[in-house]
Design a protein around this ligand. Sequence first.
Ligand SMILES: Cc1cc2nc3c(=O)[nH]c(=O)nc-3n(C[C@H](O)[C@H](O)[C@H](O)COP(=O)(O)O)c2cc1C
Length: 188
Amino acid sequence: MSSLKLIAISGSLRKASYTTALLRTLSAQAAAKGSDSIEIEVAEVADVPVYNQDLDIEPNPEGVTRLRAQVNAADGVIIASPEYNYAMPGSTKNLIDWLSRPYGKAALAGKPVLIITTSPGSTGGVRAQGQIRGTLAAIGAHPLGGAEVVIPAIDKKFVDGHFADEANLKFIQTALDRLIAEIELRKK
Ligand SMILES: Cc1cc2nc3c(=O)[nH]c(=O)nc-3n(C[C@H](O)[C@H](O)[C@H](O)COP(=O)(O)O)c2cc1C
């Protein structure tokens, strides 16, 4: 297997986000596995403004230009998100909206995407997961099929800032393996 690069995008903007912290753990784990494995870069999204078509002209806002370039350069994408009021947060939808343009050249178009949703509650953000999947399908991305990665009770699963639930990590790894297989298949 060749070395693959994944860009990981969190839909939570808060500094102490559990969702973003989970992505940081996945990134650190991938790095610890060495150079023949995958690289997972966690995107910085705090400076991506609310989508406004008036701003979607050259030069784009700096955060948008950077994020689009990162997604364009990646072999695959991880989108992780909490759920707000039984739906994907506006912040998650906003990032996807930026990555759905320019029309015909969307950074997310054709990209295999692993969706992860999280919650301190018992449902793991599963309602947001369905919405993210539908939106990604609408813009020509390839949301990964199979068992959905939903992480319930996420606030109870960190030790010293690292996501430490072994069963969940094993489950996420099987999803990452499917994402990698999907990327390799589409490269042929
Ligand atoms: C406006 C708002 C609405 C929320 N609605 C839901 C919800 O519908 N379902 C749920 O599981 N959690 C809900 N929560 C709780 C979030 O899952 C929780 O705040 C979580 O920690 C946010 O993710 P983060 O830690 O990555 O920022 C809501 C939180 C906020 C602020």
